[in-house]
Write a protein that binds this ligand. Sequence first.
Ligand code: ZN
Length: 251
Amino acid sequence: MVDIRLIPCLSDNYAVLVHTGDETILIDAPEAGPIKAALAEEGWTLTTILVTHHHTDHVQAIDAVKGSAKVIGPKAEADRIKELDETLDDGAEFTLGGLEVKAIATPGHTSGPLSYYFPGAGIAFTADTLFAMGCGRLFEGDPATMWNSFKTLRAALPDDTKIYCGHEYTLTNARYGHQALPEDAAIAERLKVVEAARERGEPTVPTTMAAEKATNPFMRADDPSVAAQLGMAGADPVEVFAHLRKGRDSF
Ligand SMILES: [Zn+2]
């Protein structure tokens, strides 16, 4: 039995707790208060913190919440995450509390982030790489690098995988997707669902790989109908991806 708790932090960040048996794993530490409150409410004690990437809004509360937990994160960004006790390379496989975990390098937003996939639990944490209906900003990578990371995730995560991302950006992403691809019925429909959820104050995370394959314009950069709607029929998927990312930058 795996219990999962999504914790809104700061203005639009998410931290997540994964609890099984005596193990409680935190994915990213944006803000101490809400994380500590959730742990106290559940009566859980942190045993591991998995860090996705070096950005301040994902690491700044590590010291405040860690207690005796082990802090694990990407070797490729270890020089920029001083709190790490242990580092991981792309493809690392390990178990936490009996749960299998795979580390997947997904560069583009930063140079060396890791996404974490728990195949037995059917959950994945893609932080600021793959968002619900969107993709992270390209601070330390180019469109080709990020597109490659999207393809890596698409190949690695089965359709029913529940995907937790690092921010609640879905409404803006959905509005952008609908503006970029106004004739796409699946995107238009999901925009309505997302609008309704946000009006009720509900999170739109987790998403699923199936939903992203259907309605995330970035995940569909190699879909001929997307290229055609953008007036880019026959273009390389990297060009389509770059075009979509450029549009989202100024949306
Ligand atoms: Zn970030």
